[in-house]
Design a protein around this ligand. Structure first.
Ligand code: NDP
Length: 293
């Protein structure tokens, strides 16, 4: 079994980006700049936004955070988005989700100009990805494709089974794996809660991508000998073996599945570390005007 080491791969990519930023500075260019909008004081959102800002600092990007109280009006938020859209200093803009209930998430996302939508959630970017045009691909699917490419996983002609069809993971993964380029060119099956023969489907996969949000759902009997297994799930469970009193597990029973898989991502240290790096890669693309010219 080969471990797909997301921690190491993401560190390598960060080094590559940092080198690129040094090159940009040497040539007198503009340093990439990521802006984030954060509404309210949800601790998880605070953590995500500060880790994104820290990652920007590590690679030499500029970053800024626009904070709003939980009772901000939708109109005020839309004005802030419009302001950042028009700020030539800012290359990429993310809005940390979820937003308070009185604000329409989709309306806010759709207010971001597609050129700065480095989260890849704007329908224009989703649509462009769907028809194979250059686009910002959202962080988790982008990170998984990068993991597979850098781990030299052969995808062409393989049967890829995806468990989960969410808009942020399963659905874009299915489009990327089926696209007519590498990595891609796989024959894709998508399973969800209404799938009748999910176990048999999973067991027929050469590449199994699991994003269903069910702790250790995938067991060894659901995996073909030699399959590549990508575990997107992440769950915090109590543990008496760690100082913190909890540990992280995925949607896959790692101990038994890793004995059958040819390649597998661990949790933690697999897909997770790639997500922030994907955002950095998109911000670099935005600053180079790679997607929209
Ligand atoms: P969602 O809850 O949005 O989607 C889950 C999908 O799995 C749905 O399509 C659902 O089917 C399907 N599903 C749920 N239970 C079953 C079941 N028992 N049998 C078959 N299908 C089932 O999850 P996300 O895609 O947002 O996330 C999936 C997991 O990945 C979560 O654990 C999440 O925490 C993790 N995650 C990790 C990230 C990372 O960076 N590592 C980033 C994003 C997510 P249906 O559509 O029919 O309801």
């Amino acid at each position: 079994m080969n471990l797909i080491d997301g921690k190491q791969i993401s560190a390598t990519i960060k080094d590559e980006i940092a080198n690129e930023v040094r090159r940009i500075i040497d040539q007198g260019g503009k340093v990439p700049h990521l802006a984030a909008i954060l509404v309210g004081e949800d601790p998880a959102s605070e953590t995500y936004v500060s880790s994104k800002a820290r990652a920007c600092k590590q690679v030499g990007f500029d970053s800024s955070t626009y904070r709003f109280p939980a009772d901000v009006t939708e109109e005020e938020l839309l004005e802030a988005v419009a302001f950042i859209n028009n700020d030539p200093e800012v290359d990429g803009l993310i809005v940390q989700l979820p937003l308070p209930e009185h604000i329409d998430n989709q309306k806010v996302i759709q207010h971001i100009v597609p050129e700065k939508d480095v989260d890849g959630f704007h329908p224009v970017n989703v649509g462009r990805m769907t028809i194979g045009l250059p686009s910002y691909v959202s962080a988790t699917p982008y990170g998984i494709m990068e993991l597979m490419m850098r781990s030299r996983i052969e995808t062409k002609g393989k049967h890829c089974v995806i468990l989960g069809r969410s808009n942020i993971v399963g659905k874009p993964m299915s489009l990327l794996m089926a696209r007519n380029e590498e990595p891609g060119n796989a024959t894709v099956t998508v399973c969800h809660s209404k799938t009748k023969n999910l176990k048999e489907m999973a067991a027929s996969a050469d590449i199994l991508i699991v994003a269903i949000g069910q702790p250790e759902f995938v067991t060894a009997d659901m995996v073909k000998e030699g399959a590549v297994v990508i575990d997107v799930g992440i769950h915090r469970v109590p543990s008496d073996k760690t100082k913190s009193g909890f540990r992280l597990i995925g949607d896959v029973r790692f101990d038994e599945v890793s004995r059958k898989a040819s390649h597998i991502t661990p949790v933690p240290g697999g897909v997770g570390p790639m997500t922030i790096v994907s955002l950095l890669m998109n911000t670099l693309k935005a600053s180079r005007k790679e997607i929209y010219g």
